[in-house]
Every structure is written in structure tokens, then in C-alpha cells.
Design a protein around this ligand. Structure first.
Ligand SMILES: C[S@@+](CC[C@H](N)C(=O)[O-])C[C@H]1O[C@@H](n2cnc3c(N)ncnc32)[C@H](O)[C@@H]1O
Length: 259
């Protein structure tokens, strides 16, 4: 079938090159992810966090992120099978594990082997056998199938192959299952990032265990419309978005029911 490349104009920080290239089926206009190893995005992605896995255990984070409301919006309850992608030190995974209880499962996924070991040890120490650590790659989180929900907390802006990741995540979800993105953005952060780009030549080179010579920024912020468009490009349906506290937002999308 004939495919055309389309650049979707994205809304966001004006100094960042914007646009995501997806292959669109010319007959029915259904976007599909382009099978290529070439960069999929014109927006820059952030340098992945490689510091202490406990960095994100700060006070009041439950209140700031309105965790009970997030769980309600994603329909996560006792017995749910859930994945936390880019789990870091497991701040959210442990909360998810308590929410799903012993009859549920939480897959705490990471790309850094060091964090995966930390997550395994944390699950053991906190007596949460329902929390399982998974080592993924930047293009495939290696999740099991039949997930009821997936959460990506402050990590999507670091994914350097976000469309590949979303396509794989979608395959692992049940029809009707929900995916929640929690990211940060506001006009002040946008202005700050623009000033930093101007002052530093805009891009910093990534230095991590995953180092592949790609260029990434230090800007850990992502505009909501960008996430909405990328999720739509792989076939997710938007359910809704809500403002959390401070500069965080939650976007909820779902895998459409099979026709
Ligand atoms: C800022 S930390 C947030 C950690 C955790 N979600 C939290 O908020 O407590 C972002 C995490 O995303 C992970 N990450 C970056 N790119 C990733 C990818 N392509 N797939 C999975 N995880 C990724 C990093 O290793 C890092 O631990």
C-alpha cells in the first residue's frame, strides 16, 4: 500500500525544531509507525537521568502528583497488571504494587541495569513480590502482554525512540487499557529552556551507559500537545488530561477496543 511521509507540526517551545515524521496510509489516513532506524523526531529528547535512583523520593510527591486521582483515572485497582516505564528507583512502582495488592503485578521497567538491580532489591526489602523489575532497551520495554494499564512518570521526554516505545507498549496492552503520561511544562520553564538553548548552543551531548552518539538536551520538560500527537500517531485514543500540582500534567490515552 502506498505510504506518504507527513510532517506533523507540533506545538511547543518555539526555539526547538518541532515535528514528528510518521508514515500515513494514503487510503485510509491511518498513521502507522515508520519502520526505520533513522531518527523519528525533530524535537530533541532529554539526557536520561543516571544519578541516584533515590533522587525522586522527595517529600509531598504523592500530593504533588495527586497519586490517588492518577490511579482512578487509569482504573488501577486490586489485581491489575500494570507497567511503570522508566521506573527509576521505583518511587511509583512501590505505590502501584500496594495499590494492585498481592493478586496484581507491577512491571517496573528500566534501561539501566544498575536501576533494575536496585528495583529488584527494593521489591525484596519492601516485601512486594508482585513488583517485578524488567530490563528493556530504548526501543523496546520488553513487557509481557495483557496489561491493564501503563504509566510513564517523568520519563517520556527522555525516550530517544518514543514512537517505537509507544508501539511496543500498545502491543502489550489489552484493548481498552489505559496509558498515563505524567510530564512537566509551563511557560516559565519554556522560557528558561529557550534561554539555556541560546546560551549553550542548545544541545548537550549525552553521556550514559546507553551512549550512542545521539544528541540530547538537558531540558526535562515536554509540552502536552506533543505527547498527544505522538500517542495519536501510534493509534492511541485520548481519554482526557488533567493538571496536577505545580507544573505537572497527566495525559490519559487508551488502546482502542478491537473492531
Ligand atoms: C527522570 S527519571 C524518572 C524516574 C521515575 N519514573 C520517577 O519519576 O521516579 C527518568 C527515567 O527514565 C529512564 N529512561 C530513559 N529513557 C528510557 C527509555 N527509552 N525506556 C525506559 N526508560 C527510560 C531513565 O533511565 C530514568 O531512570
Amino acid at each position: 500500500m502506498r505510504k506518504v511521509l507527513v510532517a506533523l507540526a507540533l506545538i511547543g517551545a518555539s526555539s526547538v525544531p518541532l515535528g514528528v515524521f510518521v508514515a500515513v496510509n494514503a487510503q485510509n489516513e491511518t498513521p502507522t509507525v515508520q519502520k526505520t532506524t533513522k531518527p523519528q523526531l525533530e524535537r530533541q529528547t532529554a539526557v536520561p537521568w543516571t544519578g541516584s535512583p533515590l533522587q525522586f523520593e522527595y517529600p509531598n510527591r504523592d500530593e504533588t502528583l495527586k497519586i490517588p486521582e492518577v490511579f482512578r483515572a487509569l482504573k488501577i485497582g486490586k489485581g491489575s497488571r500494570v507497567a511503570d516505564i522508566g521506573a527509576g528507583g521505583g518511587w511509583l512502582s512501590t505505590r502501584l504494587a500496594r495499590q494492585v495488592g498481592p493478586t496484581g503485578t507491577v512491571y517496573a521497567e528500566e534501561i539501566l541495569p544498575r536501576y533494575v538491580s536496585f528495583l529488584q532489591e527494593r521489591a525484596r526489602k519492601e516485601k512486594l513480590p508482585q513488583m517485578k523489575a524488567i530490563l528493556g532497551t530504548t526501543a523496546d520495554p520488553k513487557l509481557p502482554n495483557d496489561l491493564d494499564a501503563v504509566v510513564i512518570l517523568n520519563a517520556y521526554h527522555e525516550f530517544d525512540k518514543p514512537l517505537d516505545m509507544l508501539a511496543k507498549i500498545k502491543t502489550s496492552m489489552k484493548p481498552g487499557a489505559r496509558l498515563g503520561f505524567i510530564e512537566r511544562d509551563n511557560p516559565d520553564l519554556r522560557r528558561e529552556a529557550e534561554a539555556a538553548y541560546r546560551a549553550t548552543g542548545r544541545i548537550k551531548r549525552r553521556v550514559t551507559e546507553q551512549s550512542d552518539g545521539d544528541e540530547h538536551t538537558d531540558d526535562h520538560r515536554l509540552a502536552l500537545p506533543i505527547v498527544e500527537r505522538e500517542a495519536a500517531a501510534v493509534g492511541f485514543r485520548k481519554v482526557g488530561a488533567m493538571q496536577l500540582r505545580e507544573d505537572h500534567y497527566l495525559l490519559v490515552v487508551e488502546k482502542p477496543l478491537a473492531r
